[in-house]
Design a protein around this ligand. Structure first.
Ligand SMILES: [Zn+2]
Ligand SMILES: [Zn+2]
Length: 332
C-alpha cells in the first residue's frame, strides 16, 4: 500500500519551534501516515517507533556538522550523538556502521545544498538513500536530481527520498510541513516495512500532500520493482492531478521517451512500449511565472548572494524512483 510521510523533521529538542506533541499533531492534521523525527545530533522522540493517533512515528537523528554534511538515521535502536557534533568524517562512517548494526537506515541529506553540502564522500559512503529534494523546491535540489540521474545512468540503483526539513513557518512562506511529501509502497504501516520500502526504492516524491500522485506500473509491478522485458511489455504512467502548463517527462535511461505538456488541469495517463534494458523514471516539471521568478531571485539573493544572478531553473513538481528493466534470459 502507498503511504505518505515526511522523512525529515525538527522539534524543540534541537532547533525546531514545535514541541514533539505539537509537531506530531500538525503532521497528523496534514494527513500523513508516517513521519521520521530527525533532530540535530539528538533523539527528539525517544528510542522506539510508536503510533501517534494512528500515525507511525519512527525515531531518527540528523547527524550534523557544517563543513562535512548532514545525514539522517532512521529506526529503533539508532545510535545517538547525545548533542555532540561529529568531529570528523570518520564519525559519520562510525555512526553509519552502528546504525546498520542496529538494523537502522542511513540517508544523506541535501547533498548539494550550497551552505550545508555533503563533503564526506558522496559516491562511496554506505548510504541506503539520498534526500535529493529538501524543503521547498530550489536550484540545489535540481542539481541533486541531475547528479542522481547520472548515477542511474552508470547502473547504480540509488533510492531517493524527499524531506521537508521542517523547523518553522515564516511570515511569507507558510505550510512548509510535508513539502515535499514522500510516498512509500510498504507492505504495512510499520517501521520495518516503511524503511525496507525506502531501501528498495519503492518511493515517489511530490510537492505536497495535495499535489496528487505520479505512478508507473507494469502489470502487477510498480516503482522499485524489476521487470523482465518482453516484446509486449507496456509501462503505464498515471498522473492523478496535473495543472495547466506542467510537463510530464519519462526517461528510459538517457532518452526522453515520453513528453506531455498539460493544456488544462486534468489527470493524465499514457502507455509506453519498446523500452530498453536499464530504468524508466517519471517526473513532472513546471516553470514559475514571471512574478514567481522575481520572488525566487529575491529569496536567493538573500539566502545565497553568489547565486543572485543565475537564471531560475524549471523545477520538479513530482518524481518517481525507477522501475528497473532487464533483458529476458535466453531459453533454449
Ligand atoms: Zn540538514
Ligand atoms: Zn534538518
Amino acid at each position: 500500500m502507498w503511504l505518505k510521510g515526511d522523512t525529515h523533521l525538527h522539534t524543540t529538542a534541537s532547533d525546531g519551534v514545535l514541541s514533539r506533541e505539537e509537531l506530531l499533531d500538525a503532521c497528523k492534521k496534514r494527513g500523513l501516515d508516517f513521519v521520521m523525527v530527525t533532530d540535530h545530533n539528538r533523539h527528539g522522540v525517544g528510542e522506539k517507533s510508536f503510533y501517534h493517533k494512528g500515525m507511525l512515528v519512527i525515531p531518527g537523528e540528523e547527524v550534523t556538522q557544517n563543513g562535512y554534511g548532514h545525514m539522517n538515521i532512521w529506526g529503533t535502536g539508532i545510535p545517538t550523538m547525545n548533542g555532540e557534533r561529529p568531529a570528523g568524517p570518520e564519525v559519520y562512517y562510525d555512526m553509519a556502521q552502528k546504525a546498520h548494526d542496529a538494523g537502522a537506515t542511513v540517508s544523506i541529506n541535501h547533498p548539494f545544498d550550497k551552505k550545508f553540502s555533503w563533503t564526506v564522500d558522496l559516491e562511496n559512503f554506505p548510504a541506503d538513500s539520498y534526500e535529493i529534494w529538501n524543503t521547498v523546491m530550489h536550484g540545489d535540489n535540481m542539481r541533486a536530481i541531475d547528479w542522481w540521474h547520472g548515477e542511474l545512468l552508470k547502473g547504480r540503483r540509488l533510492p531517493v527520498v524527499g524531506g521537508s526539513d521542517y523547523h518553522r513557518d515564516y511570515a511569507h512562506i507558510t505550510r512548509l510541513l510535508a513539502v515535499p511529501v514522500t510516498y512509500v509502497n510498504a507492505e504495512e504501516n510499520t517501521e520495518e516495512a516503511v524503511l525496507k520500502a525506502i531501501r528498495e526504492g519503492r518511493v515517489f516524491i511530490a510537492n505536497s500532500p495535495k499535489s496528487g500522485q505520479l505512478m508507473l506500473t507494469c502489470g502487477d509491478k510498480t516503482i522499485g520493482d524489476t521487470v523482465e522485458l518482453a516484446p509486449d511489455t507496456a509501462i503505464t504512467l498515471t498522473v492523478s492531478k496535473l495543472k495547466a502548463g506542467m510537463r510530464v517527462e519519462v526517461f528510459n535511461n538517457d532518452e526522453l521517451v515520453y513528453y506531455h505538456k498539460a493544456k488544462v488541469g486534468a489527470p493524465h495517463t499514457a502507455v509506453l512500449r519498446d523500452c530498453k534494458p536499464g530504468f524508466v523514471r517519471a517526473q513532472i516539471r513546471y516553470d514559475y511565472p514571471a512574478l514567481g521568478k522575481a520572488i525566487y531571485k529575491k529569496a536567493i539573493a538573500k539566502i545565497f548572494p553568489p547565486d543572485a544572478g543565475l537564471p531560475v531553473p524549471s523545477f520538479a513538481w513530482a518524481l518517481t524512483n525507477p522501475i528497473w528493466l532487464t533483458e529476458k534470459e535466453e531459453t533454449r
